[in-house]
Write a protein that binds this ligand. Structure first.
Ligand SMILES: [Zn+2]
Length: 331
């Protein structure tokens, strides 16, 4: 005959009752983090996409001229709902002799701004990818977006103490603070003085530590910056927006910065400008130019805001462009 105590033990073993005298396992811990790096080889080069965060954005806010039909078909085609998660990506290129970081994420700065809230994971993901900030030799900037330059510093210190920042001459207008006359003119024409001053302070805090350390350089358009990486002026999103073409052993990757902000709609219609394009017409021309170049040369493409890892290929079929994200592979 089964005793009451024996019956209880059976229930405990079956997971149907709790015996307070028996230590129980705690609730399953949920780390609630996501690996934020993706690696692929490009010839002899190692390319690592680094995620800085993902923030929900309404399509209408990003692409104000998109029609209701375009939004509907873009969402359907990509299995998305509005608002769409906008990824913040940077790309680390290891050429074998140099470690080059293209863009730096938000640095967790401006976390009170909804567009950047929750971003700032680049450093964590850089370390998770097996590198330290002090390993970075050079930093190339696609443009002056806060989400691309914000990670240059931690507090007042250089986040990448051994790196030289190289900025396209055409985008040097982000360094207004260096020139008192330009600063005065900038403030004189600013609609909002507080915002203008905040921008000056923001850029000064980011760049001055590198300038003071002698680790700041500019370059002319479309030059080779290091063997296997050259700049490609793609102005429009900002006046000096620059892409980077990475080549090794016949394989090419075009890091196109913010030419595309919303992949779900801007591949099918490259003429759609974003609310953040300084010169929407020029940005659309450059978008089309890079799409065509990528198709013609069978290049990989990497985008600053395409769904992580933001690397893939552009196809031209049925009289329009399509985005094919990279398939998960082990390098
Ligand atoms: Zn951006």
């Amino acid at each position: 005959m089964i005793t009451v105590k024996r019956a209880f033990v059976v229930l405990v073993m079956a997971g149907l009752a709790t015996d307070p005298s028996v230590p129980v396992r705690g609730a399953a811990r949920m780390p609630k983090t996501q690996p934020g790096f993706y690696r692929m080889m490009l010839g002899d080069f190692e390319v690592t996409a680094l995620n800085d965060g993902v923030v929900a954005y309404s399509i209408r806010r990003l692409l104000p001229t998109a029609t209701a039909d375009q939004i509907k078909s873009g969402l359907l085609e990509n299995g998305l709902t509005d608002p769409v998660g906008l990824s913040y990506n940077a790309f680390l290129i290891n050429t074998g002799s140099k470690l080059v970081l293209i863009d730096t994420g938000t640095g967790g700065k401006l976390d009170d701004v909804p567009e950047f809230h929750g971003a700032g994971h680049l450093m964590t993901n850089l370390r998770a990818a097996g590198y330290r900030p002090e390993d970075i030799d050079e930093i190339y900037i696609t443009h002056q977006g806060q989400d691309h330059i914000g990670g240059l510093t931690i507090g007042k210190e250089r986040a990448f103490p051994n790196a030289v920042i190289r900025v396209p001459e055409s985008e040097k207008n982000m360094l207004i603070f260096l020139d008192p006359a330009k600063t005065a003119a900038f403030l004189a024409q600013a609609h909002n003085h507080a915002d203008a001053n905040a921008w000056l302070q923001f850029t000064r805090d980011l760049f001055q530590p590198y300038i003071s350390a002698g680790k700041f350089q500019t370059f002319d358009e479309d030059v080779t910056l290091t063997p296997g990486i050259r700049a490609l002026g793609t102005h429009g999103h900002t006046l000096g927006h620059t892409s980077y073409v990475v080549e090794s052993q016949g394989q090419t990757l075009i890091v196109m910065g913010d030419l595309v902000l919303m992949g779900a709609l801007q591949f099918s219609d490259p003429s759609l400008g974003s609310a953040f394009d300084r010169d929407p017409k020029a940005a659309a021309q450059q978008r089309l130019r890079v799409f065509k170049m990528a198709v013609d040369t069978h290049s990989w493409v990497a985008g600053g805001h395409l769904s992580f890892p933001g690397i893939g290929q552009v196809r031209f079929e049925e009289n329009r462009y399509w985005w094919s994200p990279v398939s998960y592979t082990i390098p």
